[in-house]
Design a protein around this ligand. Structure first.
Ligand code: ADP
Ligand code: MG
Ligand code: MG
Length: 481
């Protein structure tokens, strides 16, 4: 029995001549509407190519899309509360902290803040909760992960939603446009940053984007900057690396206002700082700590960042964990339903059981370290190699084990720059849905909590991961049925 299939939104294959014309137009549409990326090979700071995308919007079950949209405010609330529970973060992460130096560093920073205090009690969350429909259970949604730092692709996803309207119109399928949901993800995330800026309350203060030394996914940051200027013309965005912050930033006065050069910072938006290589020296850690202590509102604060680890996700799936944060069963019940099997690999009998299970049938699982940004997980036979080596050592606590979700297949045309006509072939793909959420609050209060848009990312059915920048995935938008 093969994996179930979904129909494409229009009959395929598309006539070759029509296809070639359409592909040319769609590529130009993408690059001219900000669905672009700078190439990693042959990087050119003045150049831009279209970001990989699929020509047709992929079919996605409407009931499941609606479920994810409905759930987002509850998920925002859950992770906000988890982030404010020291006990839960510590209990969930303590075994990992012993063996994963990066997570330990983040936690150390968090402990320092708890000891020495921060001038800003509020956090800004620009979250993205990711899902696959699980084909073995009627395509019900299962959560892949929750992102609390650098949730990306809002711009390119917003543009791709519009691109697919154009494509369907070109195909003479205007009657199908109503099955493409509106997407204002970019506006939503920028609205969140501006709300935080207003709360900060200093008209001259800026929004600071923490960026990598080289940004390939530039549309996905500059468009935020342009949108902020459009929504509130008086607000300036500045971009700095952690290294630059280390050299330029200081805290000012008893209020601990964050100054970067001549700018006072109202909001810090991290698009870097989630992988170990983004902290080449202690100076970058010092910069993170300085910002964390300051009056600026952080997106994310250190406790929001920690709440987004895979280990915390696994701990939340344990019996009775959700109820602590969502005592209302009308909230906890639907969240529990989107969790797939998640297993701790700690040095106890449950961990032993999970190790045995994974080694006996590795294709059923994904092995995940505490990392972000794609390309870090272990699949199939590699699980036997990686976990096999550390099965009797506490090193295994650096990982969690997760049931592998098997999404339904469908066909699409995947377009990548530089591939010419090779990309005109129909291929089998699967799609991962992301829902964006905005939350602002402190330990006692949530001031803002909304769902603000979506992203669909599609990869070859044979690929383990679908990172777009990394070259495995492509942008998409859902065609609801
Ligand atoms: P990251 O934070 O690096 O994005 P993810 O947990 O999202 O980590 O994993 C990266 C990718 O791996 C996902 O986008 C998805 O394609 C694949 N993946 C992750 N977990 C699962 C799972 N349980 N089942 C199937 N695929 C998964
Ligand atoms: Mg992630
Ligand atoms: Mg992910």
């Amino acid at each position: 029995m093969g994996t179930p299939r979904l129909d494409t939104c229009v009959p395929v294959p598309i006539d070759q001549e029509e296809l070639e014309t359409l592909v040319d137009k769609a590529k130009d549409w993408a690059i001219m509407h900000g669905a672009g990326m700078r190439p990693m090979e042959g990087y050119d700071p003045d150049g831009m190519r279209f970001a990989p995308f699929v020509l047709l919007p992929s079919t996605f079950p409407k009931s499941e899309f609606d479920r994810a949209v409905r759930l987002q405010p509850i998920i925002n609330e859950l992770f906000h509360k988890v982030a404010h529970s020291y006990e839960f973060l510590f209990e969930s992460l303590k075994s990992t902290l012993e063996v994963d130096p990066f997570t330990a560093k983040l936690f150390q920073l968090y402990e320092t803040i708890r000891r020495e205090g921060t001038a800003q009690a509020l956090s800004l969350g620009l979250f993205r909760s990711d899902y696959f429909p699980h084909s073995a259970e009627d395509n019900i949604l299962k959560q892949v992960e929750m992102n609390t730092i650098a949730s990306s692709l809002a711009q390119i996803a917003t543009a791709t939603s519009r691109l697919h309207r154009y494509v369907l119109s070109e195909l003479g399928q205007d009657d199908k446009l109503e099955q493409l949901p509106k997407n204002e993800a970019l506006q939503g995330l920028c609205g969140g940053m501006l709300r935080a800026w207003e709360i900060y309350g200093e008209p001259k203060a800026v929004i600071l984007f923490i960026v990598e030394p080289v940004t390939y996914n530039i549309c996905d940051q500059r468009f935020h900057e342009f949108e902020i200027r459009k929504m509130k013309p008086q607000v300036t965005v500045i971009r700095r690396t952690l290294t630059e912050v280390a050299a330029q930033a200081k805290l000012d006065g008893p209020n601990k206002r964050l100054l970067v050069g001549k700018y006072e910072v109202a909001v810090v938006y991290f698009r870097s700082g989630y992988t170990p290589d983004q902290y080449p020296t202690e100076a970058e850690w010092d910069a993170r700590l300085l910002m964390e202590k300051s009056l600026a509102i952080k997106c994310p604060s250190i406790h929001y960042h920690l709440a987004g680890t895979k280990k915390v996700q696994q701990a939340l799936a344990l019996p009775n964990a959700l109820e602590k944060f969502l005592p209302d069963t009308n909230k906890a019940g639907p969240v529990q339903k989107i969790f797939t099997g998640l297993y701790s690999l700690d040095m106890d009998s449950l961990g032993d059981k999970a190790v045995k299970m994974a080694l006996a049938d590795p294709d059923r699982f994904v092995l995940k370290p505490q990392r972000e940004g794609g390309g870090n997980n272990v699949y199939g036979k590699d699980i036997v190699d990686v976990l096999g080596k550390i099965q009797h050592s506490k090193e295994r606590s650096a990982y969690i084990l997760m049931d592998r979700i098997v999404p339904p297949l469908q066909q699409n045309y995947m377009l990548r720059p530089g591939r010419g006509k090779a990309t005109y072939e129909l291929v089998d793909v699967v799609s991962e849905l992301g829902i964006y959420g905005v939350v602002i609050g402190d330990a006692g209060t949530i001031l803002e909590n909304k769902q603000v848009g979506h992203m669909l990312r599609t990869k070859l059915a044979t690929a383990n991961e679908g990172g777009v920048a990394a070259g495995w995935g492509a942008l998409d938008s859902p065609f609801l049925f």
